[in-house]
Design a protein around this ligand. Structure first.
Ligand SMILES: NC(=O)c1ccc[n+]([C@@H]2O[C@H](COP(=O)([O-])OP(=O)(O)OC[C@H]3O[C@@H](n4cnc5c(N)ncnc54)[C@H](O)[C@@H]3O)[C@@H](O)[C@H]2O)c1
Length: 281
């Protein structure tokens, strides 16, 4: 284990195993969140070296140890506040210095400040766009020289079903923008062997969806999620992780610019809660 702070707001807080010997290396943002943990766990289980990043050093250190001891894969943990542009821009050079490669980029960190447009401040709007759209753009941009050098890579951006249905303005617009960014990346980076896709969940019960909500409000969200999903259960972080792992695998090397909704078919509902009425005769 080494510890050092390279400055620029991104701090290496854990380094286990020989990352330079890893066949492939994946960076996952928001790694100690609910979906982040499930995604990292799935990738580590498949033998990938993992670079985990989030804000809380202690949580990262504990998760890094757990991953290394549980899966035997090399792990690097970087603490960073992704609202800080310098921290984001320090990330890929830091990975290059310690791992010598980066194959997979999973932009999973997300921010929602669920105010209506009337209530939202410019700061809310900019913070949501910074995490949900600026960070994926900056990390992909920084990784391009490594992907050129290695001859390819893959990006999965975690979007949201709301890009289709509409919801809180900043969050919805940022996730819709993420689809546009992903398609641009698919076009620009396809020729150098990089695929770019979006995985779009709907409701999954995590700290993200619970923020500032009462038990009654959460129960109402459960009910609505069940109402609009043809598959009669709530989504799980593991559902998202499985799709991310597939899109990063060789089996998905001919899939790019795609949005895969992992929400039991709820993407077909748009805002509607009315059951389809079958006309007779
Ligand atoms: N939970 C859902 O129902 C749902 C639905 C659709 C899309 N999503 C998307 O899934 C992704 C993961 O969500 P989750 O439910 O696991 O949420 P979560 O809150 O459990 O995890 C999000 C992670 O992002 C990190 N993060 C946020 N701001 C950061 C910052 N400034 N710097 C560094 N890290 C930061 C948080 O620390 C957290 O660990 C997000 O992109 C979210 O928009 C979630």
């Amino acid at each position: 284990m080494t510890k050092q702070n390279p400055g620029f707001g991104a701090a290496l807080v854990a380094c286990h195993g020989a990352m330079a010997a890893a066949e492939r290396v994946a960076l996952v943002t928001g790694a100690t969140g609910a979906m982040g943990r499930a995604i990292v766990d799935r990738l580590a289980n498949k033998g990938s070296g993992v670079v985990i990043t989030d804000r809380d050093s202690a949580q990262l250190e504990a998760f890094a140890r757990e991953l290394f001891e549980g899966h035997g894969v090399p792990v690097i943990a970087i603490a960073a506040d992704l609202l800080n542009v310098d921290a984001v821009q320090a990330m890929v050079p830091l990975i290059d210095a310690h791992a010598g490669r980066l194959d997979h980029l999973v932009n999973n960190a997300g921010l929602n400040r669920p105010q209506s447009l009337e209530e939202a401040t410019l700061d809310d709007w900019e913070a949501v766009f910074a995490i949900n759209l600026r960070v994926p753009m900056l990390l992909a941009k920084a990784a391009i020289p490594l992907w050129r050098r290695q001859g390819g890579g893959a990006i999965v951006n975690i979007g949201s079903r709301v890009w289709l249905s509409g919801a809180v303005p900043a969050y919805t617009a940022s996730k819709a923008g993420l689809v546009g960014l992903t398609r641009s990346l698919a076009v620009e980076l396809g020729p150098i062997g990089v695929t770019a896709n979006v995985v779009a969940p709907s409701f999954v019960d995590t700290p993200f969806t619970r923020q500032n909500r009462s038990q009654d409000e959460i129960a109402a969200m459960h009910a609505r999620a069940l109402e609009i999903s043809p598959v009669p259960r709530l989504g799980r972080a593991e559902d998202i992780a499985g799709t991310v792992a597939f899109l990063l695998s060789p089996d998905a090397s001919y899939i790019t610019g795609e949005v895969i909704h992992v929400c039991g078919g709820a993407q077909m509902a748009a805002r509607s809660t009315n059951p389809v009425k079958v006309m007779e005769g």
